[in-house]
Design a protein around this ligand. Structure first.
Ligand code: FAD
Length: 293
């Protein structure tokens, strides 16, 4: 089913997984088990990431096909990156043959070393959307509660979100954020600037201290001082840290649901156990507030 149709009926609950870098093998088997566990949590869809340079294209498509065969709705990410139109056609046709109806169109992160030719065919997600429009997929795109790191201001970034909508985006999923106020500001400003498609909130349970200092520079997301303090204080105990990350995600989601977010998308990092614990603590919230009208 198309995600834009689901969003007309209900608030969505969804998960993100990433495919292994190499096709087949033990990692692939582990991921299939993870997806099986996530299925038990009744998501509306599961999204599958895609390497910016198309390295895991085959396994990403296979994982999306597997999700479809399990009776779940896949959302296949596609990055323009260095791909040629022929590469994108081959992938789109493969996804269509697998029965995939939903894609998330992205430019992809530029690698540290790239030349002017990188992204020469699809400079932005909106170019990829325009190219893919002939396939009739339900298309979503990425948005950034604190503005994309390459944008000068949130407002110039929102202007570009408008281009994504004009090129076919029927919904957005946000970059991870740890302070819901940024999400509410994005909703408010996007609506004021004429964007009326649903904006699904992306939540990442932060359960480790690695990369804490790099989060802001990598993806533009601020870790509030209160949360940062908890992470640092409890960092010596992995079990306590796990609890802190899960509690914080549960707190964020409870607040998002109370204030009417269109959907919640959990970046699982392929950890079904984190997702399961979050959902079990939100059981009543989900039963009450994620039902179809
Ligand atoms: P764009 O839309 O091209 O935006 C990038 C910059 O260009 C922004 O500053 C924007 O304001 C500006 N811009 C946008 N459109 C225009 C335009 N038409 N004209 C001028 N300027 C414009 N990366 C992966 O490699 N694989 C994944 O699977 C993946 N999944 C993601 C899922 C989500 C929900 C999110 C939020 C991010 C994901 N990313 C993924 C990361 C993403 O690829 C990076 O954030 C990348 O730097 C930007 O991608 P984009 O599609 O937003 O690019």
């Amino acid at each position: 089913m198309r995600i834009d149709e689901i969003l007309k009926k209900k608030r969505t609950l969804s998960f993100e997984v990433f495919p292994p870098k190499k096709d087949g093998g033990e990692e692939y088997g582990k991921l299939i088990k993870t997806i099986d566990e996530l299925k038990g949590l009744n998501p509306d869809f599961i999204s599958v990431t895609y390497g910016a340079s198309g390295t895991n294209a085959r396994s990403a498509a296979e994982v999306a096909g597997h999700i479809k065969n399990m009776g779940l709705e896949p959302l296949a990410h596609i990055t323009g990156g260095p791909s040629s139109p022929a590469d994108i056609d081959a992938l789109a046709q493969k996804l269509q043959n697998l029965g995939v109806e939903n894609i998330l169109a992205l430019r992809g992160d530029k690698p540290a070393e790239y030349d002017a030719d990188y992204c020469k065919h699809f400079a932005h997600a909106s170019d990829l959307e325009e190219y893919l429009s002939k396939y009739g997929f339900c298309m979503g795109a990425a948005c950034y509660p604190e503005g994309h790191i390459e944008s000068d201001t949130l407002y110039s970034d929102i202007e570009n979100l408008k281009k994504k909508v004009e090129s076919g985006a029927a919904f957005f999923i946000t970059q991870m954020f740890f302070d819901n106020a940024y999400y509410y500001r994005l909703l408010h400003e996007a609506q004021r600037m004429g964007i009326n498609v649903p904006i699904i909130a992306g939540i990442m349970p932060l359960t480790g201290i690695r990369n804490l200092n790099k989060i802001k520079s990598m993806c533009g997301s601020t870790v509030p001082i209160e949360f940062r303090n908890m992470i640092e204080v409890y960092s010596k105990s992995p079990a306590a840290l796990r609890e802190v990350g899960i509690n914080y995600a549960v707190y964020q989601i409870t607040d998002l649901v109370a204030k009417g977010a269109a959907g919640v998308h959990i970046y699982t990092m392929n950890r079904a156990d984190y997702a399961a614990e979050i959902i079990s603590r939100l059981k009543n919230t989900i039963n009450e507030f994620f039902k179809a009208e």
